[in-house]
Design a protein around this ligand. Sequence first.
Ligand code: SF4
Length: 64
Amino acid sequence: MPSLSWDASRCQASGECSVVAPHLLELDDDLVLRFEPVQPASELQTLRQACLRCPTGALQLTED
Ligand code: SF4
């Protein structure tokens, strides 16, 4: 199953990841990224795109 990790110290709160996957990633009012760490395999392409759009590498995807 794909899984996500997020490094708060690297996040610039640009919100680009949540634009790509608003149903999976939400930047809350405190600029904390909310998501389920383990994601369904059916979302793999979307998750890849979200991580590619992250300008800082704060959002990382592990595919296995
Ligand atoms: S795209 Fe990256 S820097 Fe921007 S909110 Fe998402 S995790 Fe943070």
